[in-house]
Design a binder for this molecule. Structure first.
Ligand SMILES: [Zn+2]
Length: 514
């Protein structure tokens, strides 16, 4: 263990490795028995060095390197704290001694949903929080050597993640040897090169196990949609390799045919044609209600609601009076021009918003008149109301914020919550026979599950098991029409019918008047 100048153990038990580092004045810093330098001492030395005043570019690049090592050390400290958080039981107000005695071993997780709490606290997605937490508990446990290398600045977080991800596929008894093999070279390899090395090492260890893992990887096939700006989105898929190859070949062949058949004035690139070819069967399926395949599959319902694309667009945008962005459900804002294009072929319904642009009422004239409240609540919140959750509202449970029958079944007392967050709130799992959880639940003086409360302004407040509070507001779905002339122009339309109106404009006029 390295020591700082006062002789106390360094934080995390490891100093920063300065091997090969050539920053001015480094020789003057105290070294631990292993030659490392105390992190805090190194940081204050680096802060005193003025990059602007360094004589050579060489020295400046050495300074960049030194800060990189400090950054790795900082990350290691935060990950250590995360792992500690996860092994503490969530017992707000409970007997502290009991809670302390109930901690999981280092690297264990006893907390019900530590990733949710970290996500809410750091304002990151649950996916991001659980990825970081997963790394933290592994570095604290089986990947201790990698954790030490990170704290010593010999590798950065991305490389630590590569080692944990790739070696994590191997059996536990191999982990120590794998880390000893990879770590000495890891500092000099880029993360992708390190990944290749690690994959080769793991596959060479046990071909039978490799085959088994390959089967499991194919079972983990999935598709992920990530909304992007400016009216595009990214679609990511993990598929069996042969299916991915089939898609690639078919869209490539179709794209070349379409491009060859297109008039010379069509300047679309082959990439653009490939993207169009990929979407073709699915757009067709939305029109016909059936996805063609070996066995055609109807797509009319998905358990709860019919497949549809919801676009919310201000009346002023449809009329061409405004260029404010519209909202595509499950995606986010899209440009006004795209919204007008989509609206030409759509079924419309009237949606009223408050002055902040939040939904207050969804018209029943056109669509699903039996469940207008559900539609309103889904559209109002768009997603699960947990502060760090992205689950789409139409796949969520509708939960009474103030429990039924104490709270009413109204727009403001209903909120979409995805299944995990709905359960977390009611903490149904407390009674499933987990003896420790039950004991802790009985010992607490206040209930630890997250508590959701409505506020008078339409926002919601979450109180987390730690006592942290998070405010959640229904998103503004459209830009508020604050321009007086726009509002005036829109109102005019409700009373006037022009013979020159297009079909779309006439429909809009009827809707506004409804
Ligand atoms: Zn959720």
């Amino acid at each position: 263990m390295s020591c700082n100048r006062s002789g106390a153990p360094a934080v995390g038990g490891v100093g920063i490795d300065v091997d090969g580092l050539d920053v001015p004045g480094l020789d003057g810093l105290a070294r631990g028995p292993d030659g490392s330098v105390d992190a805090v001492g190194l940081m204050s030395h680096l802060r005193r060095l003025d990059a602007d005043g360094l004589a050579t570019d060489y020295e400046v690049l050495e300074l960049v390197t030194a800060w990189d090592r400090v950054g790795s050390w900082v990350s290691a400290q935060q990950l250590t704290a995360m792992a500690e958080f996860a092994r503490r039981p969530d017992v707000m107000g409970a007997d502290r001694e009991l809670a302390k005695a109930s901690r999981a071993p280092v690297g264990g997780v006893i907390r019900a949903r530590p990733d949710d709490e970290i996500a809410a606290q750091l304002a990151v997605s649950r996916m991001a929080a659980s990825t970081r937490l997963g790394l933290a508990v592994k570095l604290a446990d089986q990947f201790g050597l990698t954790g030490q290398a990170l704290a010593a600045g010999r590798i950065d977080v991305s490389k630590a993640r590569v080692i944990v991800d790739e070696c994590g596929r191997a059996a536990p008894q191999h982990l120590h040897a794998l880390q000893r093999r990879l770590l000495p070279r890891a500092g000099r390899l880029t993360a992708p090169r390190l990944r290749e090395h690690a994959q080769r090492a793991v596959m060479a260890l046990d071909p039978a196990a490799t085959e088994k893992r390959s089967k499991a990887a194919r079972a983990a096939a999935r598709v992920i949609l990530t909304p992007g700006a400016d009216g595009v989105a990214e679609l990511w898929a993990q598929l069996p390799a042969q299916h991915a190859a089939a898609i690639e070949q078919v869209i490539d062949a179709v794209a070349h045919r379409l491009k060859d058949a297109a008039p010379p004035s069509d300047t679309r690139t082959i990439d653009q044609w490939r993207a169009a070819a990929l979407a073709m069967p699915f757009i067709q399926a939305m029109v016909t209600g059936t996805l063609d395949g070996e066995t055609p599959v109807p797509v009319g319902t998905r358990g709860r609601s019919p497949v549809r694309i919801n676009v919310t667009v201000p009346a002023s945008v449809l009329l061409g009076l405004s260029e404010a962005p519209a909202q595509l459900d499950g995606h986010g804002p899209i440009p006004a021009s795209l919204a007008r294009l989509l609206a030409q072929d759509a079924t419309w319904r009237r949606i009223l918003t408050d002055p902040q642009g939040r939904v207050t009422e969804v018209g029943t004239t056109r669509y699903r008149p039996s469940t207008p409240l559900t539609a309103t609540v889904q559209l109002r919140h768009q997603r699960c109301v947990h502060p760090a959750c992205g689950a789409r509202a139409e796949r969520c449970d509708l939960d009474h914020i103030i429990r039924h029958p104490h709270g009413p079944t109204t727009v403001t007392n209903l909120a979409p919550e995805c299944e995990p967050h709905h359960h977390a709130k009611h903490r149904d799992d407390l009674h499933d026979g987990n003896a420790l959880q039950l004991m802790l639940a009985q010992s607490r003086s206040q209930p630890p599950p997250p508590v959701l409360q409505p506020n008078t302004d339409g926002t919601l407040t979450w109180t987390m098991p730690t006592g942290h509070r998070h405010l959640v507001a229904p998103p503004a779905l459209v830009e508020p029409d604050t321009d007086a002339t726009l509002i005036h122009a829109t109102q005019q339309l409700t009373t006037t019918t022009h013979p020159t109106q297009s079909r779309a404009e006439q429909a809009l006029t009827q809707l506004l008047a409804a």
